[in-house]
Design a protein around this ligand. Structure first.
Ligand code: NAD
Length: 733
């Protein structure tokens, strides 16, 4: 395989072109790194070569590192994976440092060969770390290109010098959003941020880079940190200004991550410690922290769920065989909160939308929701007036079902009432062609029951969005008993069009996401009912990586919705209903008018502007705090185990058929502790045996809801892991 090609032109400029055969995007493998190294050696050794351009033969420069590299490095040193990683990372540093020094005399800093990076499009991760080692970075004026270091989003950090170079180039403060939040910019913004040097028209990219290479002087090649008297912009840690930055950054990182993301802390340590030592030592420091992060099981689990598995699901890992089902015209019935959002994301993806409600006013209000989102985008400079007109032009707001003619997909989002839904189903089926797929956005009603109102239940399916629709990335697709393959393929193709991540589950009470999240909320309220300090409950959740504590979450989703769901569940389950203790609290709160954030009164107190001001003091009058408060870990175990045990039960019952969907769905659907990689990844990290031990203890102390499912017990006995037993490799074997 040849990942990089090498050519020297008549003017003595060598061009190293990255172009992975048979792939649409370049990623760096160990073989690729060796090739790049060899080409650099050739260029530096050849007296006829005056300078080098590193570019790409594709429309983008590179998407990042081939993720197998990490596994290969770990294996390289046999039973000492940390050594293999550290040495592998140091090899990358050596290649990039060679580019940066480019043969110059280390004392006089003279005699090096200029190396320019020419980026035709997106340059992410190692795809930016290589350019950062070059002497000048040119990018084509391509507004679609993304330039950045997104590693932190999958639980690692830029470990090929990107951290050290960017912090030294921009200063810790300016580099923080790029490193700690993985912020990606288009070329113009990347230039404004000081990440790259030049933005030029695409057809002048190579010429501009070449002109610079041929005119560069010795001084142009010396990085600030290699020059005498280098001072870190914004101040190194031991200057008064730098001291404030690092102190603030440390508190900010801890505040944002609650200390559960090892990568953010390690990144900050690498920058801080690196800033105290010379550049080459700083690279070693970065490599040590990078190794430390890669050895933490959280990073592997995050990469697997948030990168590999998420992408596999988006590419249709569980799509049944069926011809292309790209949606051309979608009918959205019900223009309320959900329908309006569904209309927007569909129209924004280029799909024609008919948005129907019972009255013209309601339909128009639904369409106005799109206008509101687009206006906000315009204010931020992300949406043009043409784009706004185009998207709004795709939405027809009406009460007339005849407008649905020609729709190939319907998404129903009317009131959560089986009678209303049945009426709507019949009306829709009378108006659309025989091939149209009908999807319901119900959050609680069984799909198989709703499908009874349909004359073609094989074309009836659940497409469950999360609120707010334009922000939430997950869509849960639910198969009813009779749902056919084409309906599933349609739903998956639609979710791909609107650029969200799908999971496909079987029909059961609350499907998957709500099935796990409701017990979490209930456990939080149960703890309060038992006299646990609500502040302890909320902080325990946040400190284990949940984005919202259970009480805040119920305030957001509203107590009256909770009461409604509780009543319906009780009616359906009869004596088996397990949550009587929780209902005491929910119904009492509703009686007090404390419906949550929308009422500016819930478990939290709110000010006039709707901002939380702390736990509502009246709560303690009705549910006095017990003298003995539980241990933090005990509360955390209760809050996590009610969720993960429900996920295991969903797998056991065949609601989930793929643990990848269970993990990705949990993180994207309800924010389940992303550092863990999801419920199944977390159970694999602690091990089934330890999980069962905790379950036994919790069940004895707090009840049967913590009883270990038979599957988990069996796995503990056999020493199985979820990914070992149910992962894609195991399935393929
Ligand atoms: P909503 O009350 O905001 O909107 C419902 C809309 O349907 C209203 O505009 C109403 O006028 C319209 N409607 C009612 N009967 C109709 C009929 N016969 N014909 C045409 N339009 C009719 O409710 P929502 O929150 O948007 O929820 C809609 C559906 O989505 C429900 O099934 C709900 O369970 C589900 N859902 C809600 C959420 C959420 O967070 N709110 C999340 C996922 C799914």
């Amino acid at each position: 395989m040849t990942d990089f090609t090498y050519a020297v032109d008549a003017d003595g400029v060598a061009t190293i072109t990255w172009d992975l055969p048979g792939k649409s995007m370049n990623v760096l493998s160990l073989e690729g790194l060796r090739e790049l190294n060899d080409h650099i050696d050739t260029a530096l050794a050849d007296d006829a070569v005056k300078g080098v351009i590193i570019t790409s033969g594709k429309k983008d420069f590179a998407g990042g590192m081939d993720l197998n590299v990490i596994a290969k490095m770990k294996e390289a040193a046999g039973d000492n994976p940390a050594k293999g990683l550290f040495e592998g990372v140091m090899q990358m540093h050596a290649v990039l440092r060679k580019i940066e020094r480019a043969g110059m005399d280390p004392k006089t800093l003279k005699g090096g060969k200029p190396v320019a990076a020419a980026l035709p499009g997106t340059a992410l991760g190692i795809g930016l770390e290589i350019p950062l080692a070059c002497h000048r970075i040119f990018a084509a004026d391509n507004p679609k290109a993304k330039i950045g270091l997104p590693e932190i989003m999958v639980g690692i950090f830029p470990g090929a010098g990107g951290t050290t170079r960017l912090a030294r180039k921009l200063g810790a403060m300016a580099a923080a959003p790029l490193l700690l939040e993985g912020k990606q910019n288009d070329p113009k913004k990347a230039k404004a941020a000081g990440v790259i040097n030049e933005v030029v028209p695409a057809d002048e990219l190579l010429a501009a880079a070449k002109a610079w290479v041929l005119s560069a002087t010795d001084a142009d090649l010396v990085k600030p940190w290699d020059a005498k008297g280098y001072k870190m912009p914004g101040g190194a840690p031991y200057t008064p200004q730098g001291f404030m930055t690092f102190l603030g950054a440390s508190a900010m990182v801890h505040g944002k991550t609650m200390g559960v993301y090892p990568a953010a802390k390690a990144l900050l340590s690498a920058v801080y410690e690196g800033a105290l030592v010379p550049f080459d030592t700083a690279l070693r420091v970065e490599a040590r922290w990078f190794t430390h992060v890669l050895m933490n099981p959280s990073s592997g689990a995050m990469i697997r769920s948030l990168f590999i598995n998420k992408e596999a699901l988006e590419k249709g890992a569980n799509r049944p065989e069926a011809p292309d089902q790209t949606v051309k015209k979608v009918g959205v019935i019900g223009a309320g909160m959900m329908g309006a959002g569904i209309a927007y994301v569909s129209a924004n993806a280029g799909i024609e939308v008919v948005l129907i409600d019972a009255t013209h006013e309601a339909a128009d209000r639904g369409k106005a929701h799109s206008e509101g989102i687009l206006d906000k985008g315009m204010k931020r400079g992300r949406v043009t007036a043409e784009k706004k007109a185009e998207v709004l032009g795709r939405i027809t707001a009406t009460t007339d079902y005849a407008a649905l003619a020609g729709c190939d997909l319907i998404v129903e989002a009317v009131f959560e009432d089986p009678k209303v839904k049945a009426e709507v189903t019949a009306k829709v089926e009378a108006a659309v062609g025989p091939d149209c797929i009908f999807a319901t956005n119900t959050s609680t009603l069984p799909i198989s029951d709703l499908a009874k109102a349909s004359t073609r239940p094989d074309q009836f399916i659940g497409i469950h969005f999360f609120s707010p629709v334009d922000k939430m990335l997950l869509v849960e697709i639910i198969k009813g008993r009779e749902t056919g393959d084409r309906a599933v393929a349609k739903a998956l193709d639609y979710v791909r069009q609107i650029r969200k991540t799908p999971i496909v589950v079987n029909d059961a009470r609350f499907f998957y996401a709500n099935r796990c999240i409701i017990p979490y909320i209930n456990e939080g309220m149960r703890l309060v009912g038992e006299g646990t300090n609500p502040v302890l409950v909320e902080n325990a959740a946040r400190l284990v990586g949940m984005p919202l504590g259970p009480l805040q979450l119920v305030d957001e989703t509203s107590l009256d919705l909770g009461a409604k769901i509780a009543k319906a569940t009780k009616a359906a389950m009869g004596d088996a209903y397990p949550d009587g203790a929780v209902d005491d609290i929910v119904f009492w709160m509703v009686d007090q008018g404390r419906l949550g954030r929308k009422a500016k009164a819930g478990f939290y107190a709110y000010d006039e502007a709707g901002k939380r001001t702390g736990i509502w003091p009246g709560l303690a009058d009705r549910f006095p705090r017990a003298e003995d408060q539980p241990e933090l870990t005990e509360v955390q175990h209760r809050l996590l185990f009610v969720q993960v045990l429900e996920a295991v039960r969903a797998l056991e019952a065949g609601v989930l058929t793929d643990i990848r969907e269970g993990d990705v769905g949990a993180i994207l659907g309800w924010g389940f502790a992303p550092w863990s990689g999801g419920p199944f990844s977390w159970l694999d990290i602690i091990g089934a045996a330890r999980a069962v031990e905790i379950c036994d203890r919790l069940a004895a102390a707090h009840g049967e809801r913590f009883a270990a499912p038979a599957l988990l017990r069996e796995m503990a006995a056999k020493g199985d892991s979820f990914y070992g037993r149910f992962g894609p490799e195991a399935k393929a074997a």
